[in-house]
Design a protein around this ligand. Structure first.
Ligand SMILES: Cc1cc2nc3c(=O)[nH]c(=O)nc-3n(C[C@H](O)[C@H](O)[C@H](O)COP(=O)(O)OP(=O)(O)OC[C@H]3O[C@@H](n4cnc5c(N)ncnc54)[C@H](O)[C@@H]3O)c2cc1C
Length: 381
């Protein structure tokens, strides 16, 4: 039987599944084609932070997109949990971005200024106020930026909830089905080919994370991806030691509602393997224990890694690609969980022709690099 759909999505990560959920909600006959299992890659490795304000340091379309996506979670989560039956542990517990040097403190004060000008909530905590709010943060701390509005979810559960919600609304999921090529005719996409046969649609969304540019085709230019491996670990203290998520310049601690704390994450550009090295674990743990010595007796739980999908200019690819009917939704780098809510809606809006934010269309266009607005590297890795 010919497998034909209104929309085909390549990749069952958090973004592919969020797009499937939004399309299925609109009654669109959708299928997700996934090379492994739903959520097998970066989306299950993430710490789950919804850090719109903590991650982005300047105003612009990306900050606008990120905070709108973050703000969607308070309505989206109850709807998604009810539709899918999967709890995603959404928590708006705030984030503290700590400064360990005077220079870092002055950067954070600049961020405070910019965020307040943009109408976002942000507060400064001097060392004393910080020790009242989080008495277990010790060591040389010059102060911290407190962002009450940034929250968190469990990333793996969020991905599964989007997928289950989409499936219950009628979307089909094909796991262990790698897409090996695009089917095209006269400059238009017609479907995808896989070892299990062809799937047909005049709308295909490429949401393959760091692997997106490995679907090669000499006639279509898929913009290059930059894989950035990240390692994380989790421990469980006997009693809670921190309430807010704590960010230092090169690591973070995310207290989860189940009592565990995720400590992350390394950044290794160009690496796509999943090994976790002893040195990375030691490095992350020793920095975390210096900042929060109360973690010394915490129980060791586990470590893992994943590959973040980066682009060459740091902005995601969200929009029409170089073949009619082909869309891209990838390159979310460190913020794919945060950006998933609006990515799903935005790509669904683009496909059904209701997308109306011209600035986002231009800024996130996968064709921007080709048009000379970025720094296109022509080769795949
Ligand atoms: C250690 C770590 C911590 C992170 N922490 C956070 C965080 O706290 N907050 C946050 O917002 N973000 C975080 N991120 C980033 C976030 O995980 C990613 O941005 C996000 O998961 C990307 O989602 P995706 O759906 O685009 O890609 P992926 O999750 O990588 O999914 C892509 C999917 O496409 C499939 N695929 C690829 N090629 C093909 C093909 N040819 N055929 C079929 N299927 C294919 C893959 O198997 C995969 O399942 C973190 C990442 C890491 C590694």
């Amino acid at each position: 039987m010919k497998k034909a759909y209104d929309v085909l999505i390549i990749g069952g990560g958090v973004n592919g599944c969020s797009i499937a959920y939004q399309l299925a909600k609109r009654g669109c006959h959708t299928a997700v084609v996934e090379k492994s299992r739903v959520g097998a890659e970066a989306s299950s490795a993430a710490a789950g932070m919804l850090g719109a304000q903590v991650e982005i340091k300047e105003n612009g379309p990306f900050f606008d997109f990120a905070r709108k996506s973050r703000n969607m979670f308070s309505e989206l989560v109850p709807e998604l949990e009810e539709t899918s039956g999967i709890p995603v542990s959404y928590l708006r517990n705030g984030m503290l971005k700590v400064a360990q040097t005077d220079e870092e403190a002055s950067h954070l004060l600049e961020m405070l200024d910019f965020q307040r000008k943009e109408g976002e909530q942000a507060e400064w905590r001097g060392p004393e106020a910080l020790s009242v709010q989080e008495p277990n943060i010790k060591g040389e701390v010059k102060g911290a930026l407190f962002i009450p509005g940034d929250g968190q979810v469990k990333a793996k559960e969020l991905t599964q909830a989007y997928a289950r919600g989409a499936s219950l609304l009628g979307a089909d999921f094909y796991e262990y089905t790698p897409v090996i090529g695009l089917i095209q005719e006269e400059g238009k996409v017609k479907g995808v080919s896989t070892p299990a046969g062809s799937f047909y649609s005049s709308q295909v969304v490429l949401a393959g994370g760091a692997w997106s540019d490995l679907i090669t085709d000499h006639e279509i230019q898929i913009p290059p991806m930059v894989p950035v491996k990240g390692e994380c670990l989790a421990v469980r203290p006997a009693k809670p030691v921190i309430k807010a998520t704590v960010h230092a310049p090169d690591f973070y601690l995310v207290p989860k509602p189940d009592g565990s704390i995720i400590i992350g994450a390394t950044e290794q550009k160009g690496r796509m393997d999943k090994q976790v090295s002893a040195g990375s674990v030691q490095n992350l743990l020793s920095k975390a224990l210096r900042l929060v010595p109360g973690l010394q007796s915490a129980e060791w739980m586990e470590s893992w890694s994943g590959v973040r999908p980066q682009t060459t200019d740091g902005m995601p690819y969200l929009g029409a690609a170089s073949l009619e009917g082909l869309w891209m939704a990838t390159g979310h780098y460190r913020n794919g969980i945060l950006l998933s809510a609006l990515t799903g809606k935005w790509i669904a809006d683009l496909i059904d022709g209701t997308a109306d934010n011209q600035e986002w269309i231009e800024t996130f266009s996968p064709l921007r690099l080709k048009e000379g607005k970025g720094n296109l590297v022509e080769t795949n890795h």
